[in-house]
Design a protein around this ligand. Sequence first.
Ligand SMILES: C[S@@+](CC[C@H](N)C(=O)[O-])C[C@H]1O[C@@H](n2cnc3c(N)ncnc32)[C@H](O)[C@@H]1O
Length: 293
Amino acid sequence: MLAYRHAFHAGNHADVLKHLVLVQVLRYMARKDKPFTLVDTHAGAGGYSLEGRYAQTKAEYEQGIARLWSRGDLPPALADYVALVKQFNGGDGLEPHAVQVAFEQYPGSPAFAHLLLRPQDRLRLYELHSTDHRILAAYLGAQANTQVTQGDGFAALKAELPPPSRRGVVLIDPSYEIKSDYGKVVGALREALERFAEGVVMIWYPQLATLESAQLPQRLQATADAQAKKGWLHVRLTVCQPDARGFGLIGSGLFIANPPHVLHDALAPLMQYLVDVLGQYDGAHYLLEQRAA
Ligand SMILES: C[S@@+](CC[C@H](N)C(=O)[O-])C[C@H]1O[C@@H](n2cnc3c(N)ncnc32)[C@H](O)[C@@H]1O
């Protein structure tokens, strides 16, 4: 029985980092006409009400997207991401500073993909939770070139990779509610690169005060060092401190094997801005590192 529901966390600081980077990667993939496939192994519901009971429980979006929503000084890549969130809320998708757009919903990774993929691209969405799968299937199940499957996203890599055009992105975004997810993402990266050594593989992870979380980036780096044709990039944003009991999401990271070669330089000017705007204490900071193949 899965207890995790992403609706509790939609639009928080971790979603901001994850979706900002996803938008950058998908924009890069769309620079060439040749089709590509996005496999989203842990897709969630596709979109979330910010006014609903779940999102309001801790109102995590207030420390995330809400801090960017009305700013007039967004760097261009962040303005692009915020404009897409506003487009999901009925805006025109062009105006990041539009103040009249109602702030009611937050798009999940499938929604960003739906906004950015072209008619020739393919979208493969996997979600295990029956309720979230039902919502996702109702939202995107009838779209062309899109498949929504209720199933284990880790197991799906075998069937999905390599994609027919040999251009593709895999987003692996588990909830880590079970500790075995840490080992599974390392295995999934290994399997994805065995099947598709030049594929872009994005792995999100939570920054927690636990050994598993602290050790994960090195485990992913070792795998990518051995197998990724075009190296890797690691970005992490730390916004707060653990609570009094030593628990809580203090930040999050993304590890990307075979990243677009422009990604490091695209993120570099944004990260201090994110620290300044999303940081919740004086020690907020970021890490941005890469290794070329
Ligand atoms: C962090 S959320 C995904 C958020 C989504 N990628 C986004 O950015 O909007 C993780 C999701 O994975 C689902 N899940 C958990 N284990 C899974 C598995 N083995 N395969 C597919 N989905 C799984 C959970 O039900 C949850 O909806």
